[in-house]
Design a binder for this molecule. Structure first.
Ligand code: SN0
Length: 320
């Protein structure tokens, strides 16, 4: 693997999951692989799991990890080409990314969408500038349209905990008070469409995801119908793709929050969420505190997802 920005960078997702599960059994087996190698983790947005799990994964491989919360600690970044920088921005991403590339062997980047200009977000305008100018392999720590480290951890979790060969996995929209990115559901959908699962997406009218991510999925507006016989239920809010970044009809959809009652017709479903989760808005206390929830286990698997990815990127560096 040369970079990790989406499922398209992975040749065999099942082999990557198997690798992650092996690392989970023996975390320090490759402590020498990352010796004298450094990863930089650059955040333009907040993080808890991604930052800590990727740092831990790097340490398990003997790497050094350096974190920069560039939105808070760096110079104010200019992202537009050709800008006359006589305003508040101090440093252009061309220099910032290129300099970071001088200090590290691998670079992780988190850059959320603005949710106002769909074309800009879906062209990954900011993330791709880091890829273009840093000169080292890049790992997505969640970009405007995808969160592949999360999706890999999700597939690892499903593979570990499934009780049937081909489980039914349901992605269900949940209410929220503000528009959130489509990155997590896009990414989850494109991984699930390639996994050995029966994949169903359910959301209210108006919350259709971009088709490029959902090809092969069954899509329904009937949440009850989707949840029937589900083995895994993945809960996530997202804002609309069209009209972009809006939340059409939101007031009518408070009843989309998942509760124990809604799981009665499921196959004793295990409930997943990428976190952070807003309790009793997106997901009820009774689910999060009860036996259905596997969200902490899922978050734990973020380490093995990141470690499998870093291992393959390090092996690729060694072979150059
Ligand atoms: C992000 C998202 O993409 O939905 C990160 C998830 C891993 N979540 C949020 O920004 C939550 C913000 C909030 O106010 O709840």
């Amino acid at each position: 693997m040369k970079q990790f920005t989406s499922v398209h960078d992975v040749t065999d997702i099942n082999a990557l999951v198997a690798e992650a599960l092996q690392l989970k059994q023996d975390p320090y087996a490759f402590l020498q692989l990352g010796k004298n190698k450094t990863i930089g983790l650059v955040f333009l947005n907040p993080s808890l799991r991604t930052r800590m799990s990727t740092q831990k994964a790097a340490l398990n491989l003997g790497m050094n990890a350096m974190v920069l919360n560039i939105d808070k600690e760096g110079w104010a970044l200019e992202l537009q080409d050709g800008a006359v920088m006589n305003g508040t921005s101090v440093e252009h991403v061309r220099e910032a990314a290129a300099v970071l590339g001088q200090y590290v062997d691998l670079l992780g980047v988190r850059s959320f969408p603005g949710l106002t200009d769909r074309e800009e977000d879906y062209s990954e305008a900011i993330f791709n500038k880091f890829v273009e100018y840093c000169g080292v392999p890049v790992i997505s720590l969640e970009s405007a349209t995808r969160h592949p480290l999360q999706s890999l951890a999700d597939l690892i979790t499903i593979t570990e905990l499934k009780t049937v060969a081909r489980p039914k996995v349901v992605l269900t929209w949940a209410p929220h008070i503000k528009p959130l990115p489509q990155a997590v559901p896009n990414s989850f959908a494109e991984w699930m469409c390639r996994a050995d699962v029966d994949f169903v997406i359910t959301h209210p009218e108006g919350y259709e995801l971009s088709k490029e991510f959902t090809l092969g999925a069954t899509i329904t507006h009937n949440q009850d119908e989707a949840l029937a016989t589900a083995d895994f239920v993945y809960v996530k809010n997202w804002s609309a793709y069209e009209p972009y970044g809006e939340m059409p009809g939101l007031d009518n959809y408070n009843n989309w929050m998942l509760t124990n009652d809604k799981l009665i017709s499921s196959n004793n479903a295990k409930v997943m969420h990428c976190l952070p989760v807003r309790r009793n808005l997106e997901l009820s206390d009774e689910i999060l505190n009860g036996p259905h929830s596997i969200v902490i286990h899922e978050a734990g698997n973020r380490v093995w997802a990141a470690q499998a990815v870093l291992k393959q990127l390090l092996e690729n560096l060694e072979n150059q």
